[in-house]
Design a protein around this ligand. Structure first.
Ligand SMILES: Nc1ncnc2c1ncn2[C@@H]1O[C@H](COP(=O)(O)OP(=O)(O)OP(=O)(O)O)[C@@H](O)[C@H]1O
Ligand SMILES: [Mg+2]
Length: 359
């Protein structure tokens, strides 16, 4: 799968752009504030219907405009070309794939899987557990087709139970959703744990290359004690849950513990090491996606040169060049990124929101 064409209208400072990338590496250069990150953000938006920089739609729509529009042509794995279009005003979203309206973000994500690495990605390590849950669930979602439906059912049961707890209903009433919660939680835990054990070998290979004198451990924590069973915890903790007004244990509290030489990666390593580690976590995920689904995802890497020193940059580029994913890189100067390992490549230049192809 790859992106063949993207027409952008009124997305941040990109007023009107026609972008025709290659199915290889695409390097987007330009000065600060020219619109490089915005271009990657538009590709990401097409897949996630949200940005990696903001939750506010008004940040994304060009100032003084009423709506943004993205129209893409996607080359699918079954060798078809399908149009994908998004129109977004402050109050309305319209998504069409292959001329049919799309109702669920899950459908567009499946059609157009995109991973990103950007200057704030280190928050995957330093941020809250929800960042790490999002990380693992991207993979579980794309590899395990049951996941989305099971997660929806879990969320419904959890919010019903939490509402009952908050309004201080009696034990029987609060426990009405326990069976559904337990069944869905067990399923989610199995899918996550299977996914992460499968991901380990990809992670280990990359870690050997980049952290060869250190031991990096990524451990899955399911959201309740390994020795306890969730159904008995739901019963025994009911009073505490009621006091707190929410369900303390379950897959909504799952976590990834990331340790380097036994120390938490949140505090025990440098920012540069955190950035490298996050890049490796994402690359492992892209590799695992390709191997397990037989499809390729798209990889966006914003500001690669500003992120990593020269030796790390060279190593990362070497790993990237061996992957089959369509790649989008940004940098300020063209010579900051060595693309000699790629056969298929194209360079672009952005200046004040206008895009030019470079030969
Ligand atoms: N909604 C908007 N409408 C118009 N312009 C916007 C909007 N949101 C952001 N901008 C502007 O778009 C410009 C491009 O921002 P962007 O982050 O894409 O730049 P960049 O090329 O990635 O820069 P850097 O090298 O500093 O990372 C900035 O000047 C920013 O102020
Ligand atoms: Mg930028």
């Amino acid at each position: 799968m790859h992106l063949m064409q993207l027409q952008i209208q009124n997305f941040r400072n990109l007023t009107e752009i026609n972008f025709e990338p290659v199915d290889g590496v695409n390097l987007i250069t330009g000065l600060n504030a020219s619109g490089k990150t915005s271009l990657l953000e538009a590709i990401y938006y097409l897949s996630h219907l949200r940005s990696f920089r903001t939750h506010q739609i008004s940040d994304l729509i060009k100032h003084q405009s009423t709506e943004l529009q993205l129209v893409a042509k996607i080359h699918t794995d079954s060798n078809n070309q399908i149009p994908l279009g998004i129109k977004r005003s402050r109050h309305k979203l319209e998504v069409r794939a292959n001329r049919q309206p799309i109702k669920r973000v899950a459908d567009i994500a499946t059609l157009f899987p995109v991973l990103t690495i950007h200057p704030d990605s280190y928050k995957l390590i330093t941020g809250s557990p929800s960042e790490r849950r999002q990380y693992m669930d991207w993979g579980v979602f794309h590899v395990e087709h049951d996941f989305f439906g099971v997660w929806q059912r879990f969320k419904r049961a959890l919010s019903q139970r939490n509402a009952a707890l908050k309004s201080r209903q009696n034990d029987d009433y609060c426990s009405l959703w326990d069976k559904e919660l337990f069944d869905m939680a067990t399923y989610i835990d199995n899918l996550r744990s299977k996914y992460l054990s499968n991901l380990q070998s990809y992670l280990n290979n990359l870690m050997l290359e980049f952290f060869k004198d250190q031991s990096v451990e990524v451990t899955y924590k399911r959201g309740w004690n390994n020795e306890a069973s969730l159904d008995s915890l739901l019963k025994s903790e009911l009073n505490k849950d009621r006091l707190k007004g929410f369900t303390q244990y379950g897959p909504h509290r799952a976590e990834l513990s990331i340790k380097v030489d036994g120390q938490s990666a949140q505090t025990g390593i440098s920012r540069g090491q955190q950035k490298t580690l996050v890049a490796l976590l994402r690359l492992a995920q892209a590799q695992q996606f390709t191997e397990s689904t037989g499809r390729n995802c798209i990889l966006l890497y914003d500001d690669l040169a500003a992120e990593l020193d020269l030796p790390h940059r060279k190593k990362i580029l070497k790993v990237l060049s061996k992957m089959k994913t369509q790649l989008f890189l940004t940098s300020i100067e063209i010579d900051q990124v060595d693309l000699s390992a790629w056969d298929i490549k194209k360079m672009f230049h952005v200046e004040q929101g206008k895009l030019k192809d470079l030969i």
